[in-house]
Write a protein that binds this ligand. Structure first.
Ligand SMILES: Cc1ncc(COP(=O)(O)O)c(C=O)c1O
Length: 311
């Protein structure tokens, strides 16, 4: 009886990791079992940085670009992860391999770590590296993308100034973005974009923003994360002869834009069909957005943009 119910080891391992796999303290764990120490200042002080890379059709999309941005982020915060870039890449491959996922959301985090007893000086903490792979995450599902997102421009909250928290360092200081999200829900929108104190458009919870206006593709130059998806869109737009402008602009430009879309590793190029309750263009995802999105997803299968996971 006992024997007949024994599950082969390989099967139990796969099943345990199917919902995702994490790397914590030098060991791989099923995502449900992954824990961080409660005194890690990544948790208690948001003293950390992170990055997220996608796996699509079994291939990492722009892994090198993500690892390079991650490195710029942890260097800016004076963190010293215990692994080098190749070591991190190997952990990311192994997290995806163990999960068996073909489409995955793969996150890496470096935290300052826990204070040794009685120590307040963050230079003396041992920094930690965490990573995990889980099923691909959509800020807007393909169904929502097909009709376009309903976006609000926040009125009650502004983006935290770059002089306080540098948005180019990918961070979890999301109090402004989350406040904005609740404001959007109250106004029956699905997500939000924040302005800075000067009234210029910045970004939203987990995404950059683009507007197609006067036959030019606009995206804010500063005060935003330099998104890898944003960078990919700028490259694809240039290849297709679209005029682009990386510059400051205000909400008035958004209000008269023919098309608006949001960009993120978690969801790709997401059309906006309503802005503050009014239709954008004809109220449906526009042609420029659709063409860029098709090219974006096609790029995920192309060797110049993507590398196979070592399953
Ligand atoms: C605040 C913010 N802006 C923009 C982005 C988009 O960046 P990427 O395209 O690299 O995913 C993110 C992604 O998480 C983000 O958190």
């Amino acid at each position: 009886m006992q024997e007949s119910t024994t599950v082969p080891a390989a099967f139990t391992e796969d099943a345990a990791y199917a919902a995702g796999c994490a790397w914590v303290d030098g060991a791989y764990l099923p995502i449900a079992d992954a824990r961080i120490p409660i005194t890690d200042t990544g948790f208690t002080r948001s003293d950390c940085t992170y990055d997220v890379v996608a796996v699509w059709h079994g291939r990492f999309f722009r892994l090198d670009a993500h690892l390079a941005r991650f490195e710029r982020s942890w260097q800016a915060l004076r963190l010293s992860p215990p692994l080098d870039r190749d070591g991190m890449a190997a952990v990311l491959h192994e997290c995806v391999r163990r999960s068996g996922l073909r489409d995955a959301y793969v996150e890496m985090v470096v935290t300052r770590g826990s204070p040794p007893p009685g120590v307040r000086d963050p230079r003396r903490f041992a920094n930690r590296f965490y990573a995990f792979a889980i099923p691909y995450v959509w800020i807007a599902t393909p169904e929502v993308q097909a009709r376009g997102l309903h976006l609000a421009i926040a009125r009650d909250v502004v983006r935290i100034p770059p002089q306080a928290v540098d948005p180019r360092v990918k961070n979890f200081h999301w109090a402004d973005l989350t406040r904005g999200l609740f404001e959007a829900y109250e106004r029956e929108a699905e997500t939000v974009v924040l302005l800075n104190a000067a009234g210029e458009v910045t970004e939203g919870p987990g995404f950059n923003l683009f507007a197609w206006c006067d036959d030019v593709l606009w995206t804010p130059a500063a005060g935003v994360l330099e998104g890898i998806t944003r960078d990919t869109v700028l490259a694809l737009a240039a290849e297709h002869g679209l005029a682009t402008r990386v510059a400051a602009f205000d909400a008035a430009l958004l209000a008269r834009a023919d098309e608006i879309f949001l960009t993120s590793t978690a969801g790709g190029i997401m059309p906006v069909s309503r802005l503050d309750g009014r239709p954008v263009g004809d109220g449906r995802p526009g042609e420029i957005t659709r063409a860029l999105s098709d090219n974006y997803w096609r790029a995920h299968d192309e060797p110049r943009w993507s590398t196979p996971v070592q399953y």
